[in-house]
Ligand binder design. Sequence first.
Ligand code: SF4
Length: 227
Amino acid sequence: MLRFLGPLFCWYACLTGGNRKVLPKDTLDASHLPVLEENLPRYAPTGASLVNRRLRLGSFFSALLLKRWIYPALDVRPVVAELFLTDNCNLRCISCACWRADTPDELTRDEWFNVIDQLAEHGFVKLNFTGGEALLRPDLLEILSYASKHSDAELHLNTNAILLSPNLAQQIIDAGVRSFNISVDGATPEMHDGIRGQKGAFETTSTSLNLQDCATGTTLSSVLCSR
Ligand code: SF4
């Protein structure tokens, strides 16, 4: 039964965009709205890159079906890559090990450029930039811009949004990011801040959510824990 329900659930999540939060416009901060709305038409993929991506997705799912039902030995290449830009983080979540050690010697900007080039050659349709906290990297915008210019993939960013100012959000969008995932671990400051290990985290993240919903796809993710 689980083998049947699992794929069904995945398809449902793909079609609905997961646990998507859409705020009515009158809850948005008026100072953020005009500048982001102005740029909305630029955000949707068009032309050859859109056709390319749909063809790649179509062949990926066809190959998966073939592998599952007819030819299990078929080699199916993935279409989404997760790029862990850093292990370091500015929060202290009880469910996470990233922040427990200060990780030096992470990949340099040029090494990430090289990784992106390799992924582009293999026709990935989506690159998820994550961490740790990706916004801690001073070269994040350069890496995102490089990915936008050197691959057809859609760019997605995971962040805890603590450092996400209106200005930085706009720069990230200008660099090519088309969707965000922001972690929220509770509906109240007490619960969220308790899990995230920082007082005020709920307030900061909620403000960023209002901003992100103006311009791009934003999803929320939560870790379920017993306390
Ligand atoms: S925000 Fe994310 S990376 Fe940072 S400590 Fe929490 S779960 Fe880990």
